[in-house]
Design a protein around this ligand. Structure first.
Ligand SMILES: [Mn+2]
Length: 207
């Protein structure tokens, strides 16, 4: 049976991504939904994106925008706050890994510019950070989808779908009736795993 699999924040940890993909034994009819924050902090952001592009040739993949990719893209647009954020929250590792800032867009510009803010199925909404609970999906603002924390994590929302999110780190998957958080700190702590949630089997897997 085809699986619907969400994968949490990777942050340049290509070895953990490879390990998790091996354990999942990806098949051509699987659908992988990556929740964003592929880059920064870890040393191998470029290799992570190379691997993601490879995976998109092996099975169906949805690549969502994280706040780190957004800040990087806005840095190229000359947005001051984004530049400050990018340079102070792991972006220096990404620039070094690509061999210079300009190489990022030359090598992977198409990938970054095509990232989506959310992915919706009948039973699940996938999004990097979460949603503003008192708004409909159509009313959401992109910056909330990328950055919201407690106002989403600590409150119930009204969507009929379960929300699968990353961004806010937890030691183990954060499981509520209406949401599941799977950022288990990959790229923050050396011993923190990368986590996947197999949605239609209600199972977790770690790197
Ligand atoms: Mn994030």
């Amino acid at each position: 049976m085809a699986r619907l699999i969400a994968i949490g924040d990777i942050h340049g940890e290509v070895n953990k991504l490879n390990s998790l993909m091996r354990k999942l034994e990806i098949k051509p009819d699987d659908v992988l939904v990556f929740l964003g924050d592929y880059i920064d902090r870890g040393k191998h952001s470029k290799q992570v994106v190379d691997r993601l592009i490879e995976l998109s040739k092996l099975c169906k993949c949805q690549f969502l925008m994280g706040n780190h990719e957004y800040s990087m893209l806005m840095t190229f647009e000359g947005v001051d706050w984004a530049k400050t954020y990018f340079y102070n929250d792991g972006g220096k590792e990404t620039i070094k890994n690509y061999g210079g800032l300009d190489n990022i867009l030359k090598i992977h510009g198409d990938f970054y510019k095509n990232l989506k803010y959310y992915y919706l199925t009948e039973n699940f909404l996938f999004v990097h950070a979460g949603i503003r609970p008192d708004k409909t999906l159509e009313e959401q603002e992109n910056l909330d989808l990328l950055l919201i924390r407690g106002d989403f994590v600590d409150r119930k929302h009204n969507l009929k779908q379960k929300v699968i999110f990353g961004h806010t780190p937890f030691k183990a998957p954060y499981i509520e009736d209406d949401k599941i958080g799977i950022n288990t700190g990959c790229g923050i702590r050396a011993d923190a795993p990368l986590t996947a949630y197999i949605c239609n089997e209600n199972k977790f897997m770690t790197s």
